[in-house]
Design a protein around this ligand. Sequence first.
Ligand code: CTP
Length: 426
Amino acid sequence: MRVLLGVTGGIAAYKVATIVRRLMQDGHTVQVVPTPGSLNFVGRTTWEALSGRPAPSEIFESAPGVEHIRLSQLADIVLVAPATADFLSQLAHGEARDLLGNILLATAAPIVVAPAMHTGMWQNAATKSNLKTLRDRGVHVIEPAVGQLAGEDVGVGRLPEPDHIVDALYAAAKGEKIPTTVDGDHCWGDLEGVRFLISAGGTREPIDPVRFIGNRSSGHQGFALAEAARERGALVTVVAANVFLPLGENISRVDVETSVGLAREMREVAPDADVVIMAAAVADFRPVTVSANKIKKSDDGRLTLEMEQTEDILHSLVKARRPGQTILGFGAETGDENADVLEHGMEKARQKGADLLIVNPVGEGIGFGDVSSRIMILDGKGQQVAAAEGEKMTLAHAILDAVVELRTKGGKKKGSKVRGWVGGAR
Ligand code: CTP
């Protein structure tokens, strides 16, 4: 395999020498392309000596050969390690500042990046958004490890061990999922190893072969929760009801259409889950019979459908809950003449028996799709413990903060304050 190995300017660049060694030992050809800045950390001679070939950095070094195009076409796979926050930003924005940037714009080969940076930079909203863009484009991201950083700080952002990176590269080359932990080298996260089961989207209940009763749920919030949980180290399974969105890597996805299908899949996986989140909008009613043929217009200009109530999946999951399992429900509310959104939400929280109920106002233009929203987080007694506002990813992290708080010692303390929550505890 011909591996094009980009090295960007981080202190962890020294570890990449071991990666070149291992790839060469495994019989691969390695073309190192260091960025000019990275040469402050490891010099060109090291790369050339280890790989046995020139290690160019600048686009103008060999203009006659149109080096960036040649190299981009030669690569079977591209690995960038360490990938700095600045480099991820360049890649996300399609910038081509140096030879590596040009190659990455031109190549059709799979791209694997191994980010390494200070925790603050890793957790910065700009970096998160750049990573999301890259993941959505199919770039494979090897999650950084937790440990000693460049200075005295300890946290997430360390370049994982070279063997882990090489294993992940081989997995990506075969089109497999990238392993998240190797030999106890744990990836970041306060949800490390916690098994999440998340439903997303909206069910469709067939009327006849071409028609169905559906709802406006897009699946954005459920998918954001899945990706945020994964980012924090969880093992995530998503049951997606009619969601037409890509899902980040290393998340298992099961697609369903109807409430019956959703109930079946949730029941199947729930016994093994530590946290179950019912973010899907489930139809409350479905036609009693599904016509085998397309229903024709009638002479009297009317159609009457007999409907029956569907299973309340959240209720069934709560009834079957095993000790230690945390269950979350959503309450999409509009408010009416009897009660406002929060009052309806409080009532629902008390009825549903879930540990947390996420109340979100919905309606024309609010709550659905990839838009900024507002949520209130209630406990099982209907007490508001927090509220948050923002993009779906921001809300997802606020919800996960609540899960972490609930699952850690003292988390169920009344009135405890949770990091990042707008509004705080009541
Ligand atoms: N839910 C479910 N099964 C159903 C209906 C809803 O599991 N058949 C779950 C949803 O996934 C959500 C929660 O119950 O987590 C609340 O859903 P919502 O539609 O807001 O409330 P309903 O229980 O349907 O009550 P109502 O429509 O009367 O407000």
